[in-house]
Design a protein around this ligand. Structure first.
Ligand code: GRG
Length: 307
């Protein structure tokens, strides 16, 4: 994640994130079929969106959460790829004419603009399918404990993507367009649409790294606060930044008369909420000491980002 214009994290920490990003890019490249593999159109389409940029915040959360409880990045790489594939699928489908109808994503024309609607739908489906396929490819030699952790992480991720998570949030988002909804409904929507997957990254990374119950509870508190803060900041950015900065159409929420943290709480109110959520998130990490430094930095970047 670029922290351009902010001093949210030290140059050393930013260099560590960059090294993690490189590993994630390589793992994603290996996990997806080559463009030339049959049937090449769908492979070109899914690679187009998967490698269109993006801050890779979700895999970084997986790795940082794993590190906070003493995990090794190799064990976490399949989950890193899976969450980024799922995230990309959700963006490809969200941009479709039947949903947000957007032309620009990550600074490039959206998938359906380049490959057509049918191929964009299939590219999203393929990324979602590959995410769970990859996680199911656990080596036969693994012991029962390791397999159990992988299965638990898959279940956690499945729940985060389902009708009470990502999809549920998207349903409520579509149904609430043009309506005034109470602050509690807005929070539920955002916790499902954005928070659930972010939370699954943190809890899933910690779980795979062998976290105990107390650590999982504390990291769950961090994830819950940071998951909501992410969307509060997204609403602020949609209202304050331009398309060149965001890499997507700006001001869409207001144009679609969507309830957002800015429309419900005002710009200053939304900014205050994001700062309070960051404080809450950082408090949840107090017991982890220096091992949670990468996670703390991601919390700060999420709240202080400009794109
Ligand atoms: C279609 C099932 C389905 C769900 C769509 C992801 C989503 C739900 C909608 C996209 C619009 C939106 C504002 C989603 C909230 C999550 C969000 C802010 C996504 C953008 O995430 P970033 O900033 O994007 O991490 P990059 O491009 O950096 O990966």
């Amino acid at each position: 994640m670029s922290a351009a214009g902010t001093a949210a994290v030290s140059p050393e920490l930013e260099a560590r994130y960059e090294a993690w990003r490189v590993r994630v890019e390589q793992a994603l490249d290996q996990a997806l079929p080559a463009e030339t593999d049959w049937p090449s159109t769908i492979h070109r389409a899914l690679r187009y969106s998967q490698f269109a940029g993006g801050k890779r915040i979700r895999p970084l959360l997986v790795l940082a959460a794993g590190e906070a409880v003493g995990g090794h990045p190799d064990e976490l790489m399949p989950l890193c790829c899976a969450v980024e594939m799922i995230h990309t699928y959700s963006l490809v489908h969200d941009d479709l004419p039947a949903m947000d109808d957007d032309d620009l994503r990550r600074g490039k024309p959206t998938s359906h603009k380049v490959f057509g609607e049918a191929m964009a739908i299939l590219a999203g489906d393929a990324l979602l399918t590959r995410a769970f396929h990859l996680l199911a490819e656990a080596p036969r030699a693994w012991d029962a404990g390791r397999l159990r952790r992988r299965l638990d992480a898959m279940a956690l991720l499945g729940a985060a993507c389902g009708t009470t998570g990502l999809i549920g949030g998207q349903v409520e988002d579509l149904e609430s367009e043009g309506k005034a909804i109470p602050a509690s409904a807005l929070e539920r929507l955002h916790r499902a649409k954005t928070g659930a997957l972010l939370s699954a990254c943190v809890r899933g990374g910690a779980l795979l790294a062998g976290a105990d119950e107390a650590a999982l509870v504390a990291l769950g508190r961090f994830a819950s606060a940071i998951g909501l803060a992410f969307q509060v900041v997204d609403d602020v950015l949609d209202a304050t930044e331009g398309a060149a900065q965001l890499g997507k159409t700006a001001g869409k929420d207001a144009a679609a008369r969507k309830a957002t943290y800015v429309s419900v709480h005002g710009l200053d109110g939304a900014r205050r909420m994001a700062a309070d959520l960051l404080k809450e998130a950082l408090e949840a990490l107090e017991a982890f000491g220096p091992r949670a430094e990468a996670l703390r930095g991601l919390g700060r970047l999420i709240v202080e980002r400009r794109a």
